[in-house]
Design a protein around this ligand. Sequence first.
Ligand code: SF4
Length: 684
Amino acid sequence: MREESIKRTKTVCTYCGVGCSFEVWTKDRHILKVEPTHGPANGVSTCIKGKFGWDYVNSDRRVTTPLIREGNTFREASWDEALSYIARRMTEIKAAHGPDALAFIASSKCTNEESWLMQKLARSVIGTNNMDNCSRYCQSPATMGLWRTVGYGGDSGSISDIEQAGLVIGIGTNTAESHPVLATRVKRSHKLRGQRLIVADLREHEMAQRADLFVRPNPGTDFVWLSAVARFILDEGLEDKEFLARWVNDLDEFRASIEEYTLERAEEITGISQDVLRQIAHEIVNADGTCIMWAMGVTQQCGGSETSTAISNLLLVTGNYMRPGAGSYPLRGHNNVQGASDMGAMPNFVGGYQSINDEGVRAKFAAKWGTELPTNKGLDNHEMVHGIHAGTIKAVYLKGEEMGLVDSNINYVDQAFEMLEFFVVQEVFFSRTAEFADVVLPASPSLEKDGTFTNTERRIQRLYRALEPLGQSKPDWEIIQAVANALGAGWNYQHPSEIMDEIASLVPLYAGVTYERLEGFKSLQWPVLPDGSDTPLLFTEGFPFPDGKARLYPAQFIGRFEPLDEEYDLHLNNGRMLEHFHEGNMTYKSPGITHKVPGMFIEVSEELARERGLENGRFVRLVSRHGAIKGRVLVSGRVFGKQVYVPMNTQEAPHMVNRLTGSHTDLSTHTPAYKDTAVRLEVL
Ligand code: SF4
């Protein structure tokens, strides 16, 4: 093959929040190889998804032309026809029911620029704050816990800083499968530098097996053991007194709030022995820096925000902020969860977490956009579904989100989709969600567009177009602009860099971001000052509160919404597999991955298998209060007692785990409590 016919393009992985970057080698539409060489987050590493998960771009399931529903089928349409139809229906619904009858959902798989335009469309063209993105399904509670305590919701340091920690604690994070390259750094430090590793989880995954200490708290009780450890440290006088005096407010209120969490009571609730709780406390205070990583095992609970707050409280009590090798690491799931939220694709904030109710912010946006920001209290994803059932939301424009697989209580979500008067789905594939649409708009995946992503460590990186859009598909930013203009907006962005210039002018966190400063493998971590200087480590000069001090926030324990009972006697846990990404829309279409990886399974403990007479491969049905699925049993030592585990990654309707999960949520953020589900098991 002639070297000059091969194109090498820098891109950023779309499969998790680590944000690995690399060059993709292509010839025509063939992907020859992925070569990591200079990635600021990953160096020369990728995992299996980043290396082999790209063939989906040529899948015959791609949507390559606009589709319009006709009865129970779809017909191909021109872009002009589809855009006119969308503009007419949105205008009619707005005229009949007001702007708040429409709702918009952005995607954490899309670029920052695309999320920005989606919320701009909702706010400045339609006039509603009914705007959200899929961070609502995962990390909103972590952000809430950090806002309450330290003021910024992002990772407090860089991924590479974790290697400097004396102790890493992972809570409810299957890091080796969900954030593999980051896990590799921890594994290396643990093995070569003597870094200590504590894992708290329900399932004995790889990181748990490698840990110096692995604890299995009862489901949904992390808040209790974290609070008990904090109380023990304060009782014993082991707190970082100097740090607390200099940098932290509200110690007395916090101390009173955890009064009830003695070691005895914590043992009773969590099942973790008092000796082990004491050991955790001593490990933290004796370590030269502690980093706590957490993910969906913490956040997807009714008390997800409370537990995230407890994590940050514990870090503050022990002085574990303001230096590399210490701090909070809420590990973002999607590649651009951080960015989609940064861009204001949320109901209550415009870009950079600026309140929609702040008069100065409103005036700034009005001057730039030439329209007033809407004043309604916008709905989040979860409220939108209820709003559809209640008849107040009539139309939804959703991009890049397989809501019909990944939202909780899918049977309820399906009913909502069917009740909509008008539903636009903008997608790369003809997804399950698209089956409910009135119009499907063909979008281009990351390899076919330019833009930026922001990873879990707040690092903004560019991706470049490696392939031309397939068929009539277009990058999402071009489609949103076309929809806005069909509605009379008059936008004229020629390239995503112009959108970023607008973002930088309105969002202080991104003030110094330009495409030139992100050229090639260069990157910036927010906040980025106007002169282009960035912030690898947050909080070096205090916390972003008026007096520069963090706050110990009195949180509260929220118990299980679905405790086990006689009828539903098993706890359902769920999560990712290493090889697949979320619903699997991309990885199941990548032969390099699917040929090697088994489908969905129902993992049960050896104890439960003995009790119920189960063996590997046996078909069983799981039944919850919300629905039922069936699948094959996998007996393993990774799950414990009356807990079962089901991967969330499946394309097959009979196996979708979210037929089992309910509509109950984290109380503060409405993130679904996917991990709080009781089921029974029926042998088929
Ligand atoms: Fe890196 Fe995550 Fe992509 Fe794997 S999935 S290559 S860890 S960004």
